[in-house]
Design a binder for this molecule. Sequence first.
Ligand code: FES
Ligand code: FES
Length: 139
Amino acid sequence: YIPHFSYHPNVIDHYENPRNVGSLDKTNPKVGTGLVGAPACGDVMKLQIQIGEDGKTIEQAVFKTFGCGSAIASSSYATEILKGMTLEEAYNIKNSDIASYLKLPPVKLHCSMLAEDAIKKAIEDLQSKTNQPTANQQK
Ligand code: FES
Ligand code: FES
């Protein structure tokens, strides 16, 4: 059996030792929840962020992903970089930032897209609770 591609060690690392797996209380007004599914493969990712007292810096980020290794690695890596970011910085994370760190091959790019979508949904959920305009209106 010859696989189509081999995984970069950064993927294996996050897949074998996922960071920040868990759940936050989604009724907490400081918590935003993003739940997304990938039409391409049926995988599901839940990513949650919690903001600190200043109302804009992400203090905590956790995820639960039912999916492939690249999706798990993408969400794990995303939660690592989210901590300490402002909501605006987080809204500007691109799936290409994640994919290039993990060196995802083209067929696995939608896995990192899932993480980008989950981050945006989590921020939008948070802002809908606090009635603030979205950090970045353009999609
Ligand atoms: Fe189903 Fe990614 S295709 S796990
Ligand atoms: Fe579908 Fe990775 S999220 S194959």
